[in-house]
Design a protein around this ligand. Structure first.
Ligand SMILES: Nc1ncnc2c1ncn2[C@@H]1O[C@H](COP(=O)(O)OP(=O)(O)OP(=O)(O)O)[C@@H](O)[C@H]1O
Ligand SMILES: [Mg+2]
Length: 500
């Protein structure tokens, strides 16, 4: 036997037929291939040989003295590992051979029709096909172990929201209730019974609109009340959404820590507000009424204290505002207002400061009224934060404030020629307490809450906020508000606010 020979184990109890097969395979050798045949006339002998040697292919008659039919095939499969099996069958056993094909046999040949050519071709193709299947299986197993290793739950659903595929984290969440059977083929709401109806609606929405949707969902997950960060990703072969991938991350702990921080900030700011107001008022009175009795040095010290107390007041107001927005207790009173008029008022308030710093304030409003339903205090706050940021981070140049009606929206922007924000810092820019670059004047250092508050106010108006910035060149914040059409429903309160 040569090392390159194709090693074939042949199960055949008729000695003369076994010899014929050997002869046919010898005859078919050539063209760079040759066969080395080992014969076995019982299943027991074949299993023994398979345990001790490795073969490239198995050629088997399923009817042997010690086993018959599919039992022979099942026993062979159990020992053959990845070795392909080709069956030899009589005319009356074709149905059996087809069943064996369904269970993993590579091919079958009718005994009467066997020739050297078709036998060798069947064996060679079986080995090739089998090789491809084995490497495909290995690659699939590789991907599977990769997605199984993730803590995020991943599930693929069909258009009826039935589970097509899922990873281990999803199955674990589904089986948190032990009475729940396997997930595959089941409807999503049966696989995870604690799932809120909102999740199913979002799946359908992502499928019908063919776009990615992200959400935070409070739900019963792994037997405990949790908050999930979910991504709904429609899969669109030929542009038609056919399936959807849902990726869910348990962010309960992160939310709880955030809530603790918010509660702490709220408590501290409430407690500090009253004493600080009286301190500021007291110092203010001394500076105004008693200035005549004060030494120059005392006056200077008191002025510094007064400024610091005012700064603390501003920080506390921001913290309180954030707490109210978080808790959903800030009441928005929406009336029909002209956005450009609100922007004008805010610009006028900043005019003095901008002039002192040599920065031009430009206004670009499209003609006509830009009216919509809004909370005037809220949108004033939005312009105030954005213009104050622009001033804080612009040393020279100009700040442009614009508003225009586009389609169903009113689009506003605040553009500056300041320091800009790096790409890295832009991610997470709208989160609480995020501060990056140094303000032009050190005393203008803020709390890092402004943009979070702006984003929250706009969210509650059904609007959006985005940023475009280039370090060294400047920044443009753009926000939208829905145009006046009908009563705009206020966006719901954050659903994860009452976790603790
Ligand atoms: N126009 C801008 N140019 C450059 N950087 C900016 C601009 N606007 C915001 N930033 C960056 O984003 C950070 C967050 O802004 P945000 O308004 O949330 O907080 P803040 O201005 O620092 O404090 P606060 O508004 O609470 O007083 C800023 O500290 C700054 O680093
Ligand atoms: Mg700010």
């Amino acid at each position: 036997m040569n090392a390159d020979d194709i090693k074939v184990l042949v199960l055949e109890d008729e000695r003369s037929y076994l010899r014929l097969l050997e002869a046919l395979l010898t005859e078919a050798s050539g063209r760079g291939r040759s066969f080395a045949v080992t014969g076995a006339d019982t299943l027991a002998l074949a299993l023994g040989l398979l345990g001790a040697n490795s073969y490239d292919a198995i050629l088997a008659d399923l009817f042997l003295p010690d086993s018959a039919g599919l039992d022979t095939f099942t026993a062979l499969c159990g020992r053959a590992g990845n070795t392909p099996i080709v069956l030899l069958t009589g005319l009356d056993n074709e149905a059996l051979a087809e069943e064996a094909l369904r269970r993993g046999a590579q091919d079958y040949l009718l005994k009467k029709m066997v020739t050297g050519e078709n036998l060798s071709r069947a064996l060679v193709y079986a080995i090739e096909r089998n090789g491809i299947e084995v490497s495909l299986r290995a690659s699939e197993e590789g991907y599977r172990s990769l997605i199984d290793a993730l803590d995020d739950a991943i599930v693929v659903l069909d258009a009826e929201l039935r589970v097509v595929m899922s990873n281990r984290a999803f199955k674990k969440a589904s089986q948190a209730d032990p009475s729940n059977p396997a997930v595959s083929g089941r409807k999503l709401q049966e696989a995870i019974p604690g799932l809120p109806a909102k999740c199913l609606e979002t799946c359908r929405q992502a499928l019908s609109e063919g776009r990615l949707i992200t959400a935070e969902e409070p739900c019963l997950w792994n037997n405990r009340q949790s908050v999930l960060e979910t991504r709904y990703i429609p899969i669109m072969p030929d542009g038609v959404a056919g399936r959807i991938v849902v990726v869910a991350r348990d962010i309960t702990e992160r939310k709880q820590v955030e809530q603790l921080k918010d509660d702490f900030a709220s408590l501290v700011s409430h407690e500090l507000r009253a004493p600080l107001t009286s301190i500021t008022a007291g110092i203010g009175m001394i500076l105004e009424d008693g200035a005549g009795h004060l030494q120059e040095e005392e006056k200077q010290l008191l002025s510094i204290s007064y400024k610091d107390a005012q700064r603390l007041n501003r920080i506390i107001s921001k913290l309180l505002e954030m707490s109210r927005l978080n808790a959903g207790t800030s009441r928005f009173k929406k009336t029909v207002e002209d956005v450009a008029a609100i922007a004008d008022e805010v610009v006028a308030r900043f005019a003095g400061r901008a002039k002192c710093r040599g920065i031009e304030l430009l206004k670009r409003y499209s003609p006509g009224k830009l009216e919509t339903l809004l909370d005037a205090d809220g949108i004033t706050e939005v312009f105030t934060n954005l213009i104050s940021n622009a001033l804080k981070f612009t040393e020279k140049g100009y700040i442009e404030i614009g508003a225009a009606g586009t389609g169903d929206l009113i689009e506003c922007y605040v553009k500056d020629t300041g320091t800009g924000i790096s790409r890295e810092d832009q991610t997470g820019l709208f989160m609480k307490f995020k501060r990056f670059g140094k303000p032009v004047a050190e005393e203008e250092k803020g709390t890092g809450l402004g943009l979070f508050i702006v984003k929250e106010i706009l969210r509650r108006h059904g609007g959006t906020l985005s940023v475009a910035s280039e370090p060294g060149k400047g920044t443009t914040f753009t926000f939208t508000l829905p145009k006046l059409a009908e009563e705009i429903p206020e966006a719901p309160e954050k659903r994860s606010g009452n976790l603790l």
